[in-house]
Design a protein around this ligand. Sequence first.
Ligand code: PLP
Length: 413
Amino acid sequence: MRTTALRAVAEPGSSTIQPENTKDKQHNNHKPADSKALMQNYSRYPVEFAKGSGAYLWDTQGRQYLDFLSGIAVTGFGHNHPVIKKAVEDQLNNLWHVSNLFESSGQESLASRLAENSGLSQVFFCNSGTEANEAAIKFARKWGKGRSHIITAVGGFHGRTMGSMSATGQYKVWDGFQPLTPGFSYLPFGDSSVLEDAYDRNLVAIMVEPIQGESGIVVPPKGYLKSLREFCDKHDLLLIFDEVQTGMGRTGKFFAHQWEEVKPDIITLAKGIANGIPLGAAICSEKVAKEITPGCHGSTFGGNPLAVAAANAVVNMLDQETLLKVERLGNMLMNAIEKLNIDSIKEIRGKGLLIGLELAEGVSAKAAARKLLEKGVLVGTSGDTVIRILPPFIISMEEILAFTQTLKEVLNA
Ligand SMILES: Cc1ncc(COP(=O)(O)O)c(C=O)c1O
C-alpha cells in the first residue's frame, strides 16, 4: 500500500521531518529562584506583565512595551478592549458555568454567526486549538464509517494532545512522546502533485493549515487549497482547515481559506476567537454534523459562558471594515519593512497581520526577539531564523513606524 511508504516519510530521524536544532537552546534559560514548583516546559523571557491596554503592555516595573505578538495571535482587538471587557463583566455578574447539559442562547448565537461566516452548518465548542482538532479528527472518522487515514502536511502544527500531536508533521513535537496515534501520514505542504500517489481506500480526510503558522508563516502557492478541494471531491474525502491561528480575521478575511474561495467540510478555530478567554470551535458541514449525535463527543468547559460572551463581542466587531483594515495594515507593515532594506532579512511573507521575516543564515531570530524585547517591542519566533509579527488589528500608523524603526536598529546592529 502506498501510504506505508508515506508514513515512513515521517519516521523519527528521516530526512523530511528533522529533529529539532538545539543550537539556540541556551538563550532563554532564565529561571527565577522561586520557580521550582512551575513545570519548566516553556522557555520564558525574564519579564512579567502586569497590565495591558490596546497595543501596549506594562511590566511589573512599569516599563511600557509595544505588543506585536498579541499573545501568539490571540488578542486581535488588543488588551483590555472596552466592548469585550463589558461583555465578559456582564456575564461574570450573572453566571459563570452550568455545563452543557442545559441550553445556551450565547452558544446558539455564536454558532449561527460562525456558520453564517463560513457557509457551514453546525459548531462544536471546546477550550483550545488542540481540542478543536481532536474533535475534527474524531468527527471525520465518525463520518468515514471505518475509514481512518488522514493526510496532513510536513511542517504543519495541530496541537500537543495525542491525536493533534500525531497529526502534526514535525518530529520535534513528537520527540519522547511516541508511539503516535496511528492513521496519519504527512505530505509536503503546498505540493498538489503528490496527492494522487497518496490515495488509499482507508483515506478519509486531508487536514492542513491554509498558511502554516508555527512553522514560520509558510504561504502555499495560489491554487493549492483549491486542488485539495478537487482531490477530496474526487475521492469522497473531507477537507479540514485548521484555522486556529489563521482564522478570526488575522489574514484580512474572516477565514484565511476564503482568499481562495474554497469551502472545506470542517474548520477548526481557537486563539483569536475570544480575544484571550479560552475557547475553541470545530465548524462542520451538514453531512459531518449529521453523524454527531448526543453522547458521542463533549466537553465540561467547552463553550463556557464567559468565553462565549467574549467571542460574541469579537464576532460583532469583526465586520467587513475591520477585515479590510487588517489587510491594509498588513500590506503597509510589509511594505514598510521592505523599504528598510535590511540585509539580514531574506524574505518577508504572510497575509494581513500574520507576517514572517526569514532572516539570513547565521542571524538568530531568538536573539533578535530578545533584543527587540529589551527595546520594548514584543514579537514571536519560529525555528532559528524566522521572526513572527502578529500585531493586534487596532495598531496605528505611528505604531507601525515605531516598530519598523526599532526593528531596523536591532537587525542592523
Ligand atoms: C494551527 C494551529 N493549530 C493548533 C494549535 C494548538 O492550539 P492550542 O495551543 O490552543 O491547543 C495551534 C497553536 O499554536 C496552531 O497554531
